[in-house]
Design a protein around this ligand. Structure first.
Ligand code: GDP
Length: 370
């Protein structure tokens, strides 16, 4: 039994331990597959039976190989990012791999979570700026909600407008919602048969899934690459549901004096270091508990209460939870202190603030969105 088992769909080596990795097959399915002689990995199984894309991730090396392939292709690149985690959505070196002639369409996902009062235009402008900083010049930037089916029509129209005679490659790191988005696209197209021709697309390969378009070209779902510096990797799936924005954020206002601290569960912390008595507004997942305390006591408070009063993480997860790192900013104009993957706090001009987040997870400042 030393022989490796392979998926008859994509050829990946079958494994039963990493649900997000290539070749993953639940034990029950493995047993059935061996009995029937038709052994598919979960991803190929879902694709064959439900026309559904399942998320899968690749190692860095395999991903680089895939990006190289895109550089040589005649492609429209649809780059999916999580609007709550731009840095965590960055694909290192993507700008070098898109090639000179391949346009990039920047798609900010999870729009449904934004408060209604936020002007969408401001956020797309910011996303474009962030992309420019990363060396990308997207031909267009749009906001969608894969989960709520917002703006999927517009996205398809944009794809049509820009692809000309190109194949369409959808790229993104894990957790940005790329699989949800592709499934939304497939659903939208089933019955309408505009862009995608066949209701069941046959071809799966190890590193990409090709969905035929109506003119002989294809939409390619590429695997996500794991970006370590994401909240998703320091928290359990259960905790992530509590801290990651799930539905429309309800702003929470605090009247603060300087030298006060707000804990965001136990996952992050805001210090109002210096400034006048002021109203600050917090935009986080509604189920994330916010806890106010005095700055002088904050370190001690965290050491004592992280895992019980300040949660998530829960006490049994504390051992694996990275220490919080402090980032201080002097605020010159009304700004958002952004905690990547979580949300932001709007702070007034003329203040000094600090944001703490798990090591590796970014804290940054941008001009206030609201
Ligand atoms: P992938 O790894 O990029 O393929 O990401 P998934 O499609 O598996 O989605 C990652 C997580 O984000 C899941 O918990 C999804 O439910 C959630 N998600 C995806 N799209 C949206 C969206 O438009 N809005 C919200 N609120 N959540 C989303």
């Amino acid at each position: 039994h030393d022989e490796e088992l392979r998926c008859i769909g994509c050829g990946a080596i079958i494994q039963t331990t990493d649900p997000d990795g290539l070749g993953y097959t639940p034990n029950s399915a493995l047993k059935k597959g061996l009995e029937t002689g038709e052994l598919y990995c979960q991803r190929c199984f879902r694709l064959r039976h439900y026309n559904e894309i399942a998320p899968v991730s690749l190692t860095d090396d395999d991903f680089l190989r895939l990006l190289n392939h895109i550089r040589d292709a005649h492609a429209l690149i649809v780059y999916v990012v999580d609007i709550f985690d731009f840095n965590g959505s960055l694909i290192p070196g993507l700008h070098r791999f898109v090639g000179n002639d391949n346009p990039v369409l920047l798609v900010g996902n999870k729009e449904d979570v934004l408060p209604r009062s936020l002007r969408r235009r401001k956020l797309t402008d910011w996303l474009r700026q962030q992309a420019n900083l990363a060396g990308l010049r997207p031909i267009d930037t749009l906001l969608v909600s894969a989960k709520k089916n917002h703006q999927i029509d517009q996205l398809l129209a944009e794809i049509e407008k820009h692809r000309a005679d190109r194949d369409v490659y959808v790229v993104g790191v894990t957790n940005v919602g790329k699989s949800t988005l592709i499934n939304a696209i497939i659903k939208q197209q089933t019955g309408v048969q505009d862009l995608i021709t066949t209701s069941r697309f046959p071809g799966t390969t190890l590193d990409k899934i090709e969905i035929p378009l109506d003119d002989g070209h294809k939409l390619v779902d590429t695997p996500g690459i794991i970006h370590q510096e994401q909240m998703a990797h320091v928290l359990s799936a259960k905790d992530l549901k509590i801290v990651a924005p799930q539905k429309e954020i309800k702003p929470r206002t605090f009247q603060l004096n300087d030298s006060q601290t707000i804990f965001l569960g136990g996952v992050a912390r805001f210090d109002y270091v210096k400034g006048p008595h002021a109203g600050i507004v917090a935009y986080f997942e509604n189920s994330l508990p916010l806890h106010r305390t005095k700055l002088v006591n904050a370190d001690e408070f965290y050491a004592k209460h992280c895992g019980d009063l300040l949660t998530p993480p829960t006490s049994d997860e504390m051992a694996d939870f990275p220490p919080l790192e402090r980032h201080e900013f002097a605020i010159k104009e009304k700004s958002d202190l952004v905690f990547e993957g979580l949300g932001w706090i709007t702070v007034p001009a003329g203040t000094t603030v600090a944001g703490w987040a798990p090591k590796g997870v970014d804290v940054l400042v941008r001009r206030a969105m609201i």
